[in-house]
Design a protein around this ligand. Sequence first.
Ligand code: DQA
Length: 146
Amino acid sequence: TRVLVLNGPNLGRLGTREPAVYGRTTYADLVALCERTGAELGLQVDVRQTDHEGELLGWLHEAADAGAPVVLNAAAWTHTSVAVRDACAQLTAPLIEVHITNVHRREEFRHHSYISGVATGVIVGLGVDGYPLALRWIATRTEATV
Ligand code: DQA
């Protein structure tokens, strides 16, 4: 099974970006963690990051056409983008929304997610460990159809 792990704006700066909030794990570490987990689980994991909303929309359309599961950290677009939600709504395979931080204990404007209402499940506040957890769940759920 091919899984897309999609990351939105500023996540490419993990490791240097507000380390007190997001930790010291770099984006490269995150990619390696997802790829290692994928290899372990027999998933073909494709990890991407963009600061351009249209690019993310294109990747979501690709996942919809491929019937591929998605792990999505839409970052700030989580709280702003009806377009990202509408693209997510077209997915047919599981969509797991991930946030590194617990958005519910942060600023009020981070408490609402446009994505959660169309996601299969949500993992927040477990740091970058949320990604391998999401991949493990996808692997067990899709075992029968590999
Ligand atoms: C984030 C939380 C968002 O509120 C924020 O805009 C991000 C990262 C997280 O992973 O904790 O960029 O999605």
